[in-house]
Design a binder for this molecule. Structure first.
Ligand SMILES: Cc1ncc(COP(=O)(O)O)c(C=O)c1O
Length: 392
């Protein structure tokens, strides 16, 4: 007879197989049991035909991977602990000493920081290209280029590139492309129809929708490419908290509705701001006067979607003090990074300091302020912006 301490640990338990409910079951594990040594020896952790160890997947993580592959129009998916980790996974899987990676000049900043930091330490070089000029990208592709990053639009300056033309330049040279698809979220356009090889997504934003979860995904359509990524994923020990996976699974069904609501409100506010005399330029790809609007229309015209993110450039006369006062005066908009949650956010950016000296495309002198529009009532947000503009 076993003592209670042992009996409690070895108490019989089999997960119910006839239980069905709206939310999928949550399975947590580092250790996974095998029924015998033969099963242990036969198990191949690279496939989804069974389970080996928590790091290599559980029924819960496999389910989220399948749903995200469906969302983005891919066939394979890997989960990582943040959006930035998904960028790092692609870099570390595909690049080695002597290789070069090309990054758009308006890319998410930490993508460039990873290149100037760790990649440079490993003997991997990078160059920035003008996201709005496919000829500039084509000219920078070399024998050493192994990977080209894409982003549509740049998530601060909001220019929408000619994605198919950028992809075509890479394909002509047999160079792999990876798109940061966080803005499009699998809803605004189909990244694989646009020709990209890899789509990374900061699930932290719209899929989470709560501003409380960090996670990223890497989706592909190519099993060999997926396996390459999966080997690096395993060796780097990227583990995901299953409670976070559960949160994303719970939020995914409402993603299209939330995304459309963020988009509607953002467009209304962007249009209203474009009529304000304090604002020199509104940067929102669905607005005609915004850089790359025609590219947005060509790629996203079918969905007519554009996320809830936009920036404004304030008139040159408004110095840092005035812009800071504007941001501090906002009541409903909170000061904070990220986007995709229910609460509207605002961040002032000094573009002059952010840009690499080799790319001098930014034409504006005024300060840029970026907004992530949440799910509040749009009239309340407009009133908040109006009262803060009075404080400029
Ligand atoms: C465009 C873009 N990609 C990736 C990320 C990284 O996501 P995470 O914060 O989950 O690392 C962010 C975060 O702000 C982002 O804006």
């Amino acid at each position: 007879m076993t003592l209670p301490s042992t009996a409690l640990i070895h108490h019989p338990y089999t997960p119910p197989d006839s239980f069905d409910a709206p939310q999928p079951g949550v399975f947590k594990a580092s250790t996974v049991f095998f029924k015998d040594v033969a099963a242990m020896r036969a198990r191949d952790w690279r496939t989804k035909a069974g389970y080996t160890y928590g790091l290599h997947g559980t029924p819960t993580t496999f389910l989220l991977e399948e749903r995200l592959a469906t969302l983005e129009g891919g066939t394979e998916c890997l989960l990582v602990p943040s959006g930035l980790a998904s960028i790092a996974l692609v870099d570390f899987s595909l690049l080695k000493r002597g290789d070069e990676v090309l990054i758009p000049d308006n890319a998410y900043g930490p993508n460039k920081a990873l290149a100037t930091g760790e990649l440079a330490n490993f003997g991997i070089t990078h160059r920035l290209y003008d996201a709005m000029d496919p000829a500039d990208l084509a000219a920078k592709l070399s024998e050493r280029t192994r990977l080209v990053w894409l982003e549509a639009p740049g998530s601060v300056t909001m220019e929408f590139p000619d994605l198919p033309a950028l992809v075509a330049a890479c394909r002509a040279r047999g160079v792999l492309t990876a798109l940061d698809n966080t803005w499009g979220a699998g809803l605004a356009f189909d990244p694989f129809a646009a020709g990209v090889d890899i789509s990374v997504h900061a699930l932290t934003k719209y899929p989470s929708g709560g501003g409380d979860v960090l996670m990223g995904s890497v989706v592909t359509r190519d099993p060999a490419l997926h396996l390459k990524l999966k080997l690096t994923h395993m060796r780097m020990g990227y583990g995901i908290g299953v409670n976070d996976v559960e949160a994303i699974l719970r939020a995914l069904p409402s993603l299209p509705l939330r995304y459309a609501a963020h988009d509607r409100a953002a467009r209304e506010l962007a249009q209203w701001l474009s009529g304000r005399e304090e604002v020199a330029q509104v940067l929102h790809p669905a607005l005609e006067e915004s850089p790359g609007h025609a590219h947005w229309k060509a790629l996203c015209g079918r969905s007519n979607l554009a996320a809830g993110l936009f920036s404004i450039v304030l008139g040159e006369g408004y110095g840092t003090e005035a812009v800071d006062r504007f941001c501090d005066s906002l009541q409903l908009f909170k000061l904070g990074y990220s986007w995709g949650g229910p609460i509207s956010l605002v961040v002032p950016y000094d573009i002059g300091l952010m840009r690499d000296a080799s790319v001098a495309r930014w034409p504006h002198k005024g300060t840029l302020v970026r907004f992530s529009i949440g799910l509040e009532d749009v009239d309340d947000l407009r009133a908040d912006l109006a009262q803060a503009l009075m404080r400029l």
